[in-house]
Design a protein around this ligand. Structure first.
Ligand code: AMP
Length: 487
């Protein structure tokens, strides 16, 4: 088996790796590092969780330890699609370069220009940046890219999704033709292929298996969920999420909950908090200091649930995430792979559960095609409790949306586990006396004056006993009162 010592890394780097507790190189490290050290361009088709960050940072530290930084002319450049990912690369750099005197600067939005400018003026060995911010610095005349010997593009497929490809092309053109390029992408979309053909020179192509197709340590499941009523889908889905969390019990040490939209991220985080779960949102609309605080709290184990959008969570390195909840089925199948790759890292076991509503079924099919396996269907915990205890109708509660407006009403909560009583709220209103009902079916409210023994209206008839109009087949919505009767 290959060891780190076999790879040709600097002894100072080897001792930093030993301190980090790594015993053997991961496949991408074992394959990429020798080529990188030999000065070859590398095209790594790998996603987060495979150890790809170390596969470029370790050889960079080894190569850069010979030579010196010059003012305003960084010797190497790492481009990452998001601030979080760039910050994470910077952290990795600190770990692996701790026995060297190499310096770095981090150019990301939300961090002051002044401080980073001062570092660049002095001269840095490694510049880690998001593309837009790098070009801002360049255009302000503070930076020269002609000294870049090694350039890394990390998560190129996400750069493509985020529209950064023209920026990347421009940055490539600002660096010397002789530079070495280490280029990483989870997938090879045609546009990515084009860029690598244009800017990489005879690269060594290394592909490592996807975590999702090989990740036996990630236990996956999907709950097929249909709301009892369309207008209750959002609240019932949130109740289902809580029930799923409860069902995992103490195994669920912490979790990232992925939503497709930023507004949903806020709503879900707020709703979880309301029910006593320790949750915070992270997405691109939040300011950088808040994102950093939330992320640190999650990393440190002070925050149990991180509600996230794909972009914000992409590439996040939190080594011990026990659970992923896909509150929404991602609309790009690739994102499923990235999302669940946040758990089951570094050999730990992980669990990834997803909620699929009928309109998501096509996207679920796309995911199953991509990962080439069927995601096991798991039971809806609320169906179970509903069939055991009977589900009752309660007057729905209103919930504030993150935008301050009124969101959809929360549905009946009696089926939810104990922990679901909202914090700091008055006790729930007494339940209305209603019949047990099949949670999957719509039951019209009893019209005033009806006996309540039968859920249906007696059909109006003419004097000859013939049914008038729609007779027994009155659609449920026609018999429902406009306003819930006061308790
Ligand atoms: P990455 O794919 O770069 O996001 O890394 C995934 C995780 O694996 C990070 O938490 C790294 O600290 C960890 N890691 C990277 N290389 C190794 C290794 N050789 N042995 C154990 N853990 C590693």
């Amino acid at each position: 088996m290959t060891t780190f010592a076999d790879l040709g890394l600097d002894p100072k780097v080897l001792s930093a790796i030993a301190d980090a507790g790594y015993e053997t190189p991961t496949p991408i490290q074992a394959q990429a590092i020798p080529h990188a050290l030999a000065g070859r361009d590398v095209l790594g088709i790998a996603q987060t969780g495979t150890g790809k960050t170390a596969s470029f940072v370790l050889p960079m530290v080894t190569m850069l330890s010979r030579g010196r930084a010059r003012a305003r002319m960084p010797r190497s450049l790492v481009l990452a699609p998001t601030r979080e990912l760039a910050a994470q690369v910077a952290e990795n750099f600190d770990i692996y370069a701790k026995n060297t005197k190499l310096t770095k600067a981090l150019l990301i939005g939300g961090v002051s220009f002044k401080e980073q400018d001062a570092l660049i003026d002095k001269g840095v060995d490694v510049l880690i940046a998001t593309p837009g911010r790098l070009l801002d610095h360049f255009e302000r005349g503070k930076l020269l890219l002609t000294g870049v010997q090694v350039m890394v593009v990390d998560e190129a497929d996400r750069m493509l999704d985020m529209g950064f490809i023209p920026d990347i092309e421009r940055i490539f053109q600002l660096t010397p033709f002789t530079r070495q390029t280490l280029f990483f992408s989870a997938t090879m979309a045609p546009e990515i292929e084009r860029i690598t053909n244009t800017f990489l020179s005879n690269p060594e192509r290394i592909e490592v298996a996807r975590a999702a197709t090989t990740g036996e340590n990630i236990d996956q499941g999907v709950v097929m969920f249909k709301a009892s009523r369309k207008d209750r889908q959002a609240s019932e889905k949130r109740a289902l999420l809580r029930a799923l969390i409860e069902r995992e019990g103490t195994d669920c040490k912490n979790a990232i909950i992925f939503c497709n939209r930023k507004t949903e991220v806020d709503i879900v985080a707020k709703s979880l908090n309301k029910y006593g779960y320790d949750a915070a949102p992270i997405h691109g609309d939040l300011d950088q200091s808040q994102r950093t605080r939330t992320l640190n709290a999650f990393r440190e184990g002070e925050l149990r649930f991180l509600c996230a959008s794909d972009v914000a969570a992409r590439g996040l390195d939190v080594p011990a995430v026990s659970h992923i909840f896909n509150y929404d089925v991602p609309s790009h199948a690739e994102d499923y792979v990235h999302r669940i790759g946040r758990t089951g890292r570094a050999g730990l076991k992980g669990r990834a559960l997803m909620i699929c509503v009928p309109s998501d079924e096509k996207n679920l099919g796309d995911i199953e095609n991509l990962v080439q396996r069927e995601i096991p269907r798991v039971e809806n915990p609320l169906d179970k409790s509903a069939s055991q205890t009977g589900q009752q109708n309660a007057a729905p509660e209103r919930e504030e949306t993150a935008e301050g407006g009124q969101a959809v009403a929360e549905g009946p909560e009696q089926t939810a586990p104990k922990a679901e009583t909202p914090k700091g709220k008055p006790p729930p209103r007494p339940k209305r006396e209603t019949k047990k009902r099949d949670p999957g079916k719509e039951t019209p409210a009893h019209p005033a004056g009806s006996s309540g023994k039968d859920d249906r209206n007696p059909a109006p008839r003419d004097k000859d006993g013939r049914v008038i109009g729609m007779g027994d087949h009155v659609p449920a919505f026609l018999t429902r009162p406009f306003k819930a009767p006061a308790d």
